[in-house]
Write a protein that binds this ligand. Structure first.
Ligand code: 13P
Ligand code: SF4
Length: 349
């Protein structure tokens, strides 16, 4: 069954050639990854998507990623996501209405300029909210750089939606406890608004929340020389107990470049860790625990095959384009600004 689908997808790819680019996030299952043109973390995919000249970008990832590509797309390009059910619960944990209220309360409370920074794991309304106010998006690969950029301008930062990425980045910037305020989802503030520099929304990732310090302790007891690497969406205590942390691309590269024979405990999505282990036969790779992203798993080979069929039918005038994801015209202009600002700061331009 899979072999048949893989054959059909390859055949379609051959026909559509450079009319399409298939992007796959690192958490996609291995068959999808093998059929993709670009594989990467959310930052790499946003940049590569924006540089692609193809008429169609097929985004194998979750909805906020495909929507981000649609925000950055040229007017002549169309973005397709093979399964609209691939959402991200974290991205649902904040919206522009609540963000605006919090932002105004922070401004009043500290009487300073506030830059809103939103993790790309968010929807267009939030990216628009940040772009309209001179803020930016960030990913786990550049959060430190983006926060530093605004702190260097003497601004306060309102960061959302992932509390863990916020607090782990704050620690890497040596912010003191009293400079950080947690903003609860019922809009209450934990900490002193007046003296704080960073305000962090308390959203979270259901996949990364599952990793615990005891997962690390157990592995360290079993393997004396093990190196632990985790994603910064993990809890603060888990990140502090690890040797390294970073985006999926950083995890991929660090482990691949590790010494032959080295042993790694990896705290991120399970399908990714399995693929990494398969790629690094000269090392021992152990997941901290089997925590997989069911949203990423929504994208199947048959979904991919159907979306490619729909593109070719559309090009032949045989039907409407299915699975297209569009950016809302209301949000597009400022949402785009916030994504471009991230790329500008990250690339140091
Ligand atoms: P990356 O930016 O590391 O790809 O992470 C995206 C994500 O959704 C992790 O859960
Ligand atoms: Fe969202 Fe977590 Fe899945 Fe990433 S791993 S897409 S943050 S649910």
């Amino acid at each position: 069954m899979n072999d048949d689908l893989i054959y059909k997808i390859k055949e379609k790819k051959e026909i559509l050639k450079d009319k399409i680019t298939i992007l796959a996030h690192h958490y996609q299952n291995i068959e999808i990854v093998k059929l993709s043109d670009v594989i990467g973390d959310s930052y790499k995919l946003a940049v590569e998507g924006s540089r692609s000249k193809s008429e169609f970008i097929v985004f194998c990832g979750v909805k906020f990623m495909a929507e981000g590509a649609a925000i950055l797309a040229k007017d002549t390009q169309k973005i397709v996501i093979p399964d609209m059910k691939a959402g991200c619960p974290m991205a649902e944990m904040i919206d522009a209405i609540r963000a605006k209220e919090v932002y105004e309360r922070i401004r009043e409370g500290c009487n300073k300029e506030v830059a809103p920074v939103v993790y790309v794991n968010s929807y267009g309304d939030m990216k628009n909210f940040c772009g309209e106010r001179g803020g930016a998006t960030c990913t786990s690969s550049n959060a430190k750089k983006i926060l530093e950029y605004y702190f260097n301008q003497g601004k306060r930062v309102f960061f959302s939606p992932d509390y863990n990425l916020g607090i782990n980045t704050a620690k890497s910037l040596n912010l003191k406890k009293e400079e950080i305020v947690k903003v609860k989802r019922n809009l209450s503030f934990e900490g002193n608004i007046k003296n704080a520099r960073l305000f962090i929304w308390d959203g979270f990732c259901i996949v990364h929340k599952l990793f615990t310090t005891s997962d690390i302790i157990k592995l360290r007891e079993a393997y004396k020389d093990i190196k632990i690497i985790v994603h910064p969406e993990c809890d603060e205590e888990v990140v502090s107990m690890s040797d390294l942390s970073g985006s999926t691309e950083k995890i991929w590269n660090s482990v691949k470049d590790g010494k032959p024979g080295s042993i790694w405990g990896v705290g991120t999505e399970f399908n990714f860790v399995k693929r990494l282990a398969g790629e690094c036969q000269d090392k021992k790779i152990i997941p901290l625990r089997a925590s997989s992203c069911s949203n990423m798993e929504e994208i199947s080979l048959s979904d991919l095959a159907m979306s490619l069929n729909s593109i070719s039918d559309y090009l032949e005038g045989k039907g409407e384009l299915k699975f297209e994801i569009k950016a809302s015209e209301t949000f597009k202009e400022h949402a785009r600004k916030s994504l471009e600002k991230m790329i500008e700061i990250s690339e140091g331009k």
